[in-house]
Design a protein around this ligand. Structure first.
Ligand code: SF4
Length: 246
């Protein structure tokens, strides 16, 4: 198969998997809930913890302080204590204050330039130049805070993309690059949403629930790892779907 055909196949496979999951989970409904700086700080709080804990920490933060300038200038101990329920509080408190200082303009106000008016690459460069902000945090701030197309690749998106054989990558940053090449921009948001839900409920890190999985007919991991372990090549019959007829 030529490189061109392989890429075409891979693109249709991504889109097919995405559509299949959308049928299962429904179209994600989404609208911007938070201002861009809020989204950025919220994403920092979400690092290495659950959504529930990070939301708790964000709410505690916005309840305790009247604005981002106040958070920036607060005693570190007070800030750490406020966000303790979000985990890794000391690291995150330091990181949040460093980001807020980096975003402080000449008038002393915390200000993030309008990312919608920038080229995507420039916006990503700006965000990743902030202390402790990696590509995933930058992509979340762009996508959810400013509605600029971006591809946040967390552990779910990275794991599922590799298991399905959509990409062959070691690091989430590589997965992001591959997926942004293979998936049209208009689908980036829904791909992130459905893969995260799918990763939380079915394609879990340990013990993926392959027996009930709607993507089993095309899954590389199932074909190469799970099925051989069961001692026979399982030929799933889910509507007669296989990689060959996508
Ligand atoms: S078949 Fe198993 S490994 Fe493959 S996508 Fe489904 S749950 Fe994940």
């Amino acid at each position: 198969m030529s490189m061109h055909n392989e890429r075409g196949m891979s693109r249709s496979l991504v889109r097919w998997a995405q559509r299949r999951l959308l049928t299962h989970y429904g179209q994600p409904e989404w609208e911007a809930q938070y201002a861009p700086v809020d989204e950025l700080i919220g994403t920092i709080l979400s690092q290495h913890t659950s959504d529930v804990n990070s939301l708790r920490a964000f709410e505690a933060l916005t309840r305790a302080f009247s604005g981002w300038e106040v958070v920036r200038d607060a005693p570190l101990d007070q800030l750490t204590e406020t966000i303790r329920c979000g985990g890794l509080a000391s690291v995150k408190a330091l990181r949040i204050q460093a980001v807020l200082r980096a975003l402080t303009d000449n008038d002393g106000r915390v200000h993030l330039p309008d990312l919608r008016r920038m080229r995507r690459k420039r916006a990503i460069d700006l965000l990743t130049s902030l202390p402790g902000v990696g590509r995933k945090t930058a992509a979340c701030a762009l996508l959810f805070g400013s509605h600029v197309p971006a591809m946040p690749v967390d552990t779910h998106v990275h794991r599922i993309s590799n298991r399905l054989g959509l990409v062959e990558t070691k690091e989430p940053d590589e997965t992001e690059k591959e997926l942004t090449r293979k998936v049209p921009r208009r689908y980036w948001l829904e791909l992130n949403e459905v893969f995260v839900r799918f990763g939380q409920t079915t394609c879990k890190p340990l013990g993926p629930r392959c027996d009930v999985c709607t993507l089993r007919p095309v899954c590389k991991y199932y074909r190469e790892v799970v099925s051989p372990k069961r001692g026979k090549l399982d030929k799933p019959k889910l509507g007669g779907v296989s990689r060959a007829n996508i």
